[in-house]
Design a protein around this ligand. Structure first.
Ligand code: UDP
Length: 329
């Protein structure tokens, strides 16, 4: 099977390429390298540098390669940036996806798996969150991802494209080889920021609010290992090939940990005291986000392997300790 991975030089994309190649699939990567890293691209995959908003470029790749399925990670994904520059998100995430779909329709490629997010739910109405719960995003990023899901729905009706949308909770950790891991600029995610402290890149970690209505006052999130996410994409392709049915799935461990618990866990893993400073709340943060992963388990047969925060943080620490400046090292 030949799989085209859009955004295959990014964090979750690169880990998915590693799993696809491990399974012996032909893997073709497209990335514009704006946030992705050339060194994150698996050496055994084929690489085309370009932007998904460039239809001629996409058409050329679809004509050259015989693609069975597309996995689409190529999107902007910073919540705070999406509030300052919403049109960048409409352009990259929606116009980009629209261009991709046009090209897929014209080139008769009919299967796609794509990244969605827990941010499509906004403030959750239930915990754990089910796929059938209401979706009222509270930021532009989540709104564009929800609009992408709707675009797929209507295009699939008209053009018989089959899709699986995967709503990630908090992606974390790194590949077991230590060769690839998380490297964002700017870094905004909790675990890499915590690990900058034992790496002597920052003095302390900031806790954004300790007055939430949670057990220790800090926000609760469902952290899910990037390799478990990657595996879900492969299961989703198998599912589309087998059933031809479009669907939406949450991807999380189904268990929540507070910011303080994650910092404690990182202290255990690294043996460093990791000082923490209580700061004001960050705007747009719901108190608690935990996935129900029952549907992904039941229908896709997905079972996360990294269920403990220590295991997730250990793998992240292996990467960050050896590559304190990320892919620049
Ligand atoms: N967080 C924090 N300090 C930081 C970064 C994040 O306290 O330096 C908190 C953030 O408020 C949220 C949780 O950690 O409750 C996870 O944030 P992250 O940005 O990693 O992921 P998000 O949940 O926003 O997708």
């Amino acid at each position: 099977m030949a799989v085209l991975v859009l955004g295959g030089a990014g964090y979750i994309g690169s880990h998915t390429v590693y799993e696809l190649i491990d399974r012996g699939e032909d893997t073709i990567v497209i990335d514009n390298l704006q946030t992705g890293h050339i060194d994150a691209i698996h050496p055994d995959s084929k690489f085309y540098k370009g932007d998904i908003r460039d239809k001629e470029f996409l058409d050329n790749v679809f004509k050259k390669e015989k693609i069975d399925a597309v996995i689409h990670f190529a999107a902007s994904s910073l919540v705070s940036e999406s509030m300052i520059d919403p049109l960048k998100y409409y352009d990259n995430n929606l116009y980009g996806t629209m261009t991709l779909l046009r090209s897929m329709v014209e080139n008769n490629v009919d299967k796609i798996i794509f990244s969605s997010t827990a941010a499509t739910y906004g403030e959750p109405e239930n915990i754990p969150i089910k796929e059938t719960d209401r979706t009222v995003p509270i930021n532009t990023y989540g709104e564009t991802k929800l609009s992408m899901e709707k675009m797929f729905k209507w295009v699939s009706v008209a053009h018989n494209i089959k899709y699986v949308s995967l709503r990630y909770f908090n992606a974390a950790g790194a590949h077991k080889s230590g060769k690839i891991g998380e490297d964002h600029l700017p870094e905004t995610h909790l675990i890499p920021l915590i690990l900058q402290v034992p790496n002597n890149k920052r003095e302390n970690v900031k806790i954004f609010g300790d007055d939430y209505d949670t057990k220790d006052g800090t926000c609760i999130r469902d952290y899910i290992h990037v390799t478990d996410l990657a595996q879900a994409h492969i299961l989703a392709i198998d599912y589309l090939k087998k059933t031809g049915k479009s669907d939406i799935f949450n991807l999380g461990n189904g268990v929540g940990f507070s910011v303080k618990e994650i910092i404690d866990s990182a202290r255990k893993v690294t043996g460093h005291p990791i000082p923490a400073e209580i700061c004001p709340r960050r705007s747009g943060d719901p108190a608690k986000l935990i996935a129900s992963n029952e549907k992904a388990e039941r229908i896709l047969g997905w079972k996360p392997v990294y269920t403990k925060p220590e295991n997730i943080i250990e793998s992240a620490w292996r990467w960050h300790k050896n590559n304190p400046s990320g892919f620049k090292d």
